[in-house]
Ligand binder design. Structure first.
Ligand code: HEM
Ligand code: HEM
Length: 225
């Protein structure tokens, strides 16, 4: 099982994730209305790019937008979860040792104590996400079993990664479970709402361009929209 997961399945899961995200990203822009959106964006590329960059950057800064400031509890859980969820899988020492062995290439690595702290932050924040979905009526009404499933899928590699790391129980068993959960997550990303990893940038860029051109930047300059 370990050989299969770290061999063939490793490449397949990484491949599905990256190619799938690229396809979702391209389809997002292809799906925009060409009259309403694409024409205006192509006409004013500089204003559009400025609006897109500003919208993406603001949303990536804690409390950077009105939306983040309005919901401080959500903002703290969101960043507590996402900083680790993005950095740990890419920059964990153990992952880069694995990559080095596999393809002879590794990236900058995180200090192991910091990696532990960020991983715990992901797990605790995932629990708080669940509590938020149960406790707040305005979120509960929008929540279905699918949302809990996505949270479980996202948290599983972090929980099993910690179990392997602290060597609770049989190390090889938990490491294999960890890699399995990691690969299931990678494969699920392009097909579920986890595709937001790429689509967040697509939709923020679109809205940023909209505000930069049609609803602000080019206003009063004789444009038709
Ligand atoms: C795709 C194949 C993957 C392989 C081969 C792999 C391999 C490993 C290995 C060898 C460890 C070290 C266990 C130890 O300390 O002895 C580890 C830990 C960990 N992995 Fe993975 N992993 C994979 C996917 C993922 C994914 C997709 C995620 C998250 C989305 C993830 C998150 C973690 C975390 C959070 C830890 C523990 C961090 C800590 O030390 O506190 N892994 N992984
Ligand atoms: C650059 C990468 C990423 C960006 C920009 C991003 C952005 C976002 C945004 C904007 C939300 C919505 C927050 C809201 O409801 O207001 C969200 C939710 C979520 N993200 Fe990400 N994300 C990224 C990576 C990831 C990764 C790698 C994972 C999983 C390992 C993940 C798992 C989740 C989950 C589970 C939720 C829903 C939380 C809930 O139940 O409310 N995200 N993300």
């Amino acid at each position: 099982m370990y050989e299969f997961l770290t061999g063939y399945m490793f490449w397949l899961s990484i491949g599905i994730c990256l190619i799938g995200l690229l396809v979702r990203f391209v389809l997002y822009f292809k799906g925009l209305s060409w009259q309403l959106d694409r024409v205006a964006y192509k006409e004013y590329p500089a204003l559009g790019l400025k609006g897109a960059a500003s919208s993406i950057i603001r949303w990536l800064i804690p409390f950077g937008t009105y939306g983040w400031r309005k919901q401080p509890f959500m903002t703290v859980i969101f960043f507590g979860f996402h900083i680790g969820a993005v950095l740990v899988p890419i920059f964990l020492l153990a992952h880069n040792m694995f990559l080095k062995e596999k393809i002879g290439f590794s990236l900058f690595t995180l200090n192991p104590t910091l990696a532990d702290i960020l991983t715990w932050a992901v797990v605790v924040s995932a629990v708080l996400f669940v509590i938020r979905r149960i406790a707040l009526p305005e979120v509960r009404i929008l929540t279905t079993a699918y949302d809990y499933f996505i949270l479980l899928l996202s948290a599983a590699p972090f929980i099993t990664g910690l179990i392997a790391r602290y060597q609770v129980g049989d190390y090889t068993f938990w490491l294999t479970v960890h890699i399995f959960c990691g690969e299931v997550l990678l494969i699920a990303i392009p097909f579920t709402k986890l595709s937001h990893i790429a689509l967040f940038f697509a939709s923020r860029a679109q809205l940023g361009m909209d505000y930069g051109i049609k609803r602000g930047g080019a206003k009063g300059k004789g444009m038709a929209w």
